[in-house]
Ligand binder design. Sequence first.
Ligand SMILES: NC(=O)c1ccc[n+]([C@@H]2O[C@H](COP(=O)([O-])OP(=O)(O)OC[C@H]3O[C@@H](n4cnc5c(N)ncnc54)[C@H](OP(=O)(O)O)[C@@H]3O)[C@@H](O)[C@H]2O)c1
Length: 289
Amino acid sequence: MSGIDDVHGTSIAVGVILFHSFEESNMNHSFSFDFTSRVAIVTGGGSGIGKEVAARLVKGGARVVIGGRDEAKLREAAAQIDASGANVRIHAGDIALPATATALVDLATEAFGGVDILINNAGIFRPKAFLDVTETEYDGFLDTILKGKFFMAQAAAKAMLKRGGGAIVQTGSLWALQAIGATPSAAYSAANAGVHALTRNLAIELASSNIRINTVAPGVVETPVYRTFMTEEEVSRTLPGFNAFHPLGRNGQPADVAEAMLFLASPHASWITGTVLPVDGGVMAGRHA
Ligand SMILES: NC(=O)c1ccc[n+]([C@@H]2O[C@H](COP(=O)([O-])OP(=O)(O)OC[C@H]3O[C@@H](n4cnc5c(N)ncnc54)[C@H](OP(=O)(O)O)[C@@H]3O)[C@@H](O)[C@H]2O)c1
């Protein structure tokens, strides 16, 4: 996974990315990483960031298992990701249950021979004032976001050991790095802070097994998650108001986060483990107003 070729590849890759960012002001471009012969699991792969990552993994040559609770949504996403059907499998199940993680690993192993990459991404978001959060809601955030990622990483790491290593990339959150008054999210943020801590702990425990783990912490990214607690009309009215919250002047798109996750999953990042990378249009750099 490392060596002089990768170092050269990385410098070429950086050059291409810079070239594109100077030449283009939107995310219509895509930089392809080579994932030939890799097998990946993408939780939350039926929509938003996960679907974008899954599509780009397949484009890069990987075979992918996508997970989520809604089987119809997964089936539709799989058809969009790979019309041939050859490179994508789906499994519907609640990631809060460790049995779902095992089933995803079993499917990747039976269909494609093992697991090299885990995109540990499934999650929920729903702002609510701290004083109003119920125990059931608290459990929902912790179980889905933290417990789900904990046992998914454990099941995948066991499978990666059989392949001599692997890469785990998780979705954490800007909200776990900085509280945002407009969107009170104490339970969600606490769960994601656990995901960030998991990143550093697993990096140390799994480094000697050649398994890397990194996490991205996105700012506001325009995905279907906002439609889980707002109407379509509320989304179109509210989300543009967050453009200026990001120093770079716009909300993120799934591709903005997917590109960072693909880099971290690729051999170009072979000496990076245990990091939490803000992918947030500059929010974590400081206040700009
Ligand atoms: N969009 C943002 O602004 C933003 C910012 C920071 C962090 N994030 C994080 O990014 C990740 C991806 O979210 P997204 O923005 O791409 O939203 P999304 O489109 O709603 O994707 C979330 C995915 O997670 C799956 N999921 C939710 N609960 C699940 C459960 N209990 N078991 C299995 N799958 C489950 C959903 O599929 P089903 O509905 O089929 O279960 C869905 O496909 C999440 O962890 C989110 O917290 C997003």
